[in-house]
Design a protein. Structure first.
Length: 203
């Protein structure tokens, strides 16, 4: 595999070091967000298999999960006009826009469980935003483009596909349990660095 994967490996190393440092979520959001900015500043590294939309619904591909499940990294791929339900995460999340355009509609929840719209953010390539129970955890994300896919790269403070979380039905005010899972059963091989070693050896 061509070493477009180097920037993703660097990002994974940075997140691993941040988790190892144990300096807390705010530090991870700040420095992990800066690292994610660097990752989505270029768009040639995501393998095409993890950038394929589905005709009927959005897809979340797992790119990597920390062995201790302290964080995971996914590519989120929306077909034209597709959107998520209103949902929460229950852990910190970083969202970096890679391709296309998305809108994140953010919601706050009052002690009675009522949701109200707290504004929206339009994300263009290179933009990074965050979610978390500490700063606002409920949103709905939609592909702004009606004629082509959009892709963002997300990092979360857990193995996000296996986290018990919630979706919210605005009309009824009800909340349902939600476990997202992943669209893929195989992970990208980020670790074949043989070409660079052969080049160094001149073989
Ligand atoms: Fe989300």
């Amino acid at each position: 595999m061509a070493d477009g994967q180097g920037c993703l490996r660097r990002f994974l190393c940075e997140l691993t070091r941040l988790c190892d440092a144990g300096t807390g979520e705010a530090d991870i959001r700040e420095h992990g967000g800066a690292a994610l900015s660097r990752l989505v500043a270029t768009d040639e590294w995501l393998p095409p298999e993890f950038a394929q939309p589905h005709p009927a619904h959005y897809r979340q591909y797992l790119l990597y999960c920390d062995p201790l499940e302290r964080f995971s990294v996914v590519s989120f791929v929306w077909g034209p006009g597709q959107r998520t339900p209103v949902h929460d995460h229950t852990v910190w999340g970083l969202i970096g826009m890679l391709r296309g355009a998305e809108v994140s509609r953010n919601y706050s929840i009052d002690p009675g469980g009522r949701l109200s719209c707290a504004g929206e953010e339009r994300l263009l390539p290179g933009a990074v935003t965050a979610v978390s129970p500490q700063i606002g955890d409920i949103h709905q994300v939609e592909n702004c483009l009606v004629d082509r896919p959009s892709i963002s790269i997300h990092a979360y403070g857990a193995n996000i596909g296996a986290v018990a979380r919630h979706i919210f039905v605005l009309e009824s005010g009800s909340m349902k349990p939600f476990v997202s899972g992943y669209a893929n059963t195989m992970l990208p091989n980020l670790w074949d660095r043989s070409a660079e070693v052969r080049a160094r050896l001149g073989i």
